[in-house]
Ligand binder design. Structure first.
Ligand code: S3P
Length: 166
């Protein structure tokens, strides 16, 4: 468990976990995911946190998870798709190696569509995806030093593209 910390950001469904695990394997390091840390801390799945306590509470738990992971982890770290919405979380990323995995709206609808396990896409996935991307794209590019498009790439190709971009 050594090596530099690489942080992956980008929308849900872009492949942060799949690519992150592959990337960690290639670099001979470990993978960590702040969504999993939040679930462990809360003792319940993310849709239940949203439903029971609301998004603000989720973002607060996420902020703590990001802070702890950045302090403790070396290797590859994925953040939840909305982590960049929180200004404090964005600030925590300053000085770290952050890669934005991007995809266009058509690709997002195709890959994720209406996925009830992801509470933000309950109705009209295409419109919600467009709005979500418009609201977040500039935040991803603000925190990231490199952007890697995933649209026409396999997870293996995306992992390689990240290595090439660093
Ligand atoms: C969210 C993305 C999810 C998870 C939560 C909120 C978002 O993470 O953190 O459901 O606001 O986009 P993934 O990007 O890992 O799916």
């Amino acid at each position: 468990m050594s090596g530099p910390l690489i942080v992956l950001v980008g929308p849900m469904g872009v492949g942060k976990s799949t690519v992150g695990e592959l990337l960690a394997e290639r670099l001979g390091t470990t993978y960590r995911d702040t969504d999993a840390d939040v679930v462990a801390a809360a003792g319940k799945p993310i849709p239940e946190i949203f439903y029971d306590e609301g998004e603000d509470h989720f973002r607060a738990l996420e902020r703590q998870a990001v802070r702890a992971a950045l302090a403790q982890h070396t290797g590859v770290l994925s953040l939840g798709g909305g982590a960049v919405l929180d200004p404090t979380t964005r600030g925590l990323l300053a000085g770290h190696t952050v890669v934005y995995l991007s995809m266009d709206v058509d690709e997002a609808v195709k890959r994720v569509g209406l996925n009830t396990a992801r509470p933000l896409l309950a109705v009209n996935p295409r419109r919600q995806w467009r709005e979500l991307m418009e609201a977040r794209r500039h935040l991803y590019t603000e925190v990231a030093g490199a952007t890697v498009a995933t649209d026409d790439r396999t997870p293996d190709e995306v992992a390689q593209a990240i290595i090439d971009a660093l």
